[in-house]
Design a protein around this ligand. Structure first.
Ligand SMILES: [Fe+2]
Length: 273
């Protein structure tokens, strides 16, 4: 598919995005912080998608297209938070679908031909799905994978910084209001050991949540993403914020083996303590 996106189109969309986000203003600083967090997340995903895209050899038009899907992937988050005060889709609404509705309501994508418009909508719709659709075009699957990798990189950045902080205020939108208790749910540990995606429905406490996020390593699509994970020590840092126990040791051995198979890491010392 020949993707053409001019520089002006991209900068106009960025201006619209900023203006749209700035319509969400809360007097309560805790609520505003969560809006700001999502705006910052979007900026980072835009940055990360270009980083990965460049490494994959995308041309300037394709990079601008990638930036557009990153810019809009979480558009629904702002309205979701304003309406429900949560980022949990299960307790509110599918934020990807809501984002698509908002784009359509504001006629933002009408300036694109049907092919590109549908491509943007599909990648946004698929970015938060547990599994990728089977009956989609290669182009759609490629950009969806690119978006999912960039999204994960930035969520790891945010949550690992949060988990590693020594002091600081609790943020329930990151911790999902889960208790910080010492146990690890059997279903969660068994899913990771079997290299399966952990379902949010099985997450009972912070350790489970950290493991769900650690397990995203099984769902990474591109080598440059892997290199980024490696250079930022995300797996090691995630292990550092989990308890030391036999089950954690076993889980990280599974991840270590997986990483070796994927040539993610050069030596065992990088993951095992
Ligand atoms: Fe999202």
């Amino acid at each position: 598919m020949n993707i053409i996106v001019g520089e002006t189109k991209l900068s106009d969309l960025k201006i619209w995005f900023t203006e749209y986000v700035h319509t969400f203003i809360f007097c309560n600083p805790d609520l505003q912080r969560n809006i700001d967090l999502k705006e910052e997340h979007t900026r980072h995903v835009c940055y990360d998608i270009i980083l990965i895209g460049k490494e994959l050899g995308l041309n300037e038009n394709e990079l601008r297209f990638a930036e557009i899907i990153a810019l809009f992937h979480d558009l629904g988050r702002f309205e979701q938070y304003a309406r429900y005060r949560t980022f949990l889709d299960g307790k509110s609404v599918d934020h990807a679908e809501l984002g698509v509705e908002i784009l359509e309501k504001h006629n933002i994508l009408n300036q694109f031909d049907d092919g590109l418009k549908n491509l943007i909508i599909s990648t946004i719709r698929y970015h938060n799905q547990p599994v990728l659709p089977k009956n989609e075009t290669e182009t759609c699957l490629f950009y969806t994978k690119l978006l999912r990798d960039a999204d994960k990189l930035d969520i790891w950045r945010v949550v690992i910084d949060y988990y590693s902080r020594k002091n600081g205020k609790k943020n329930d939108t990151i911790s999902l209001d889960l208790p910080d208790t010492p146990e690890i749910s059997e279903k969660v540990s068994q899913d990771i050991i079997h290299r399966k995606t952990v379902s949010i429905n099985d997450v009972k406490n912070m350790n489970d949540l950290k493991l769900l996020q650690t397990g995203w390593i099984f769902d990474i699509n591109f080598k440059p993403t892997v290199d980024y994970i490696k250079s930022h020590r995300y797996l090691e840092r995630m292990r550092e914020v989990l308890p030391e126990s036999d089950i954690i040791k076993e889980i990280f051995e599974v991840i270590h083996t997986f990483c070796l198979e994927q040539e993610l890491i050069p030596s065992p010392d990088n993951v095992t303590r």
